[in-house]
Design a protein around this ligand. Structure first.
Ligand code: GTP
Ligand code: MG
Length: 198
């Protein structure tokens, strides 16, 4: 898919105030610092569309970006960042769960996982929660530039195996990406394009 336009629409912490347009929407979620905002910039060829930071906890609101005038990409705060206060963590958690439960336009979530890491409880629990709420999702493995090429399929297979050893009957759909090298860009965009055309 060619990205002809990408613009910031709004930020807020209340799902009821998100854009009303009934166009398809895809949301990026995952642990703080996993690379959600960087991936949005990589996919849209914009360096500063979504704000990124080397320090976890940068994105703190629901951010809507309108792409090609006919679909939304949503950048969300990360979960699992120990240094934000408990109160703030609870606030994030509340509006993120409200967002996923109530956002009718949401076609699919993308759960971002750092490809270097072995399965973490918090990600497993979050994906289980999506499953229980019948919210479709794919996994996007990020930062593939940080591994040697031979390690990529090994880590991916270990991860998916851990999921099927846990509660999942089947491994989910997944992508391997790097915001630094641009790996996986076309795969993710084609997938979205295909769904948008259905
Ligand atoms: P929060 O908003 O805090 O939840 O973080 P985030 O998930 O949006 O992460 P962000 O995109 O801000 O990136 C976090 C850090 O990881 C930044 O220093 C990025 O430059 C770096 N980073 C993100 N993606 C990649 C990648 O694909 N490769 C490498 N090498 N670094 C990356
Ligand atoms: Mg972010």
């Amino acid at each position: 898919m060619q990205i002809k336009s990408a613009s910031f629409v709004m930020s807020n912490s209340n799902v009821e105030k998100c854009p009303k347009e009934p166009i398809p929407e895809y949301a990026f979620i995952g642990r703080s610092n996993v690379g959600k905002s960087s991936l949005i910039n990589m996919l849209t060829n914009r360096k500063h569309l979504a704000k990124t930071s080397g320090r976890p906890g940068k994105t703190q609101l629901i951010n809507h970006f309108k792409i090609n005038e006919n679909w939304f990409l949503v950048d969300l705060p990360g979960y699992g960042y120990a240094k934000v206060s408990k109160k703030l963590k609870n606030t994030f958690q509340k509006f993120i769960t409200e967002y996923f439960k109530k956002r009718n336009q949401l076609v699919s979530a993308f759960v971002l996982i750092d490809i270097r890491h072995s399965p973490q409880k918090i990600d497993m629990e979050f994906m289980q929660w999506l499953g229980e709420h019948a919210i479709p999702f794919s996994i996007i493995f990020t930062k593939s530039d940080k591994l040697k090429p031979v390690e990529i399929p090994q880590n991916v297979n270990n991860y998916l195996q851990a999921m099927t050893d846990d509660i999942w009957e089947e491994a989910p759909n997944y992508f391997v990406t790097s915001s630094t090298s641009g790996a996986g860009k076309e795969d993710v965009l084609s997938y979205i394009e295909q769904i948008n055309q259905q």
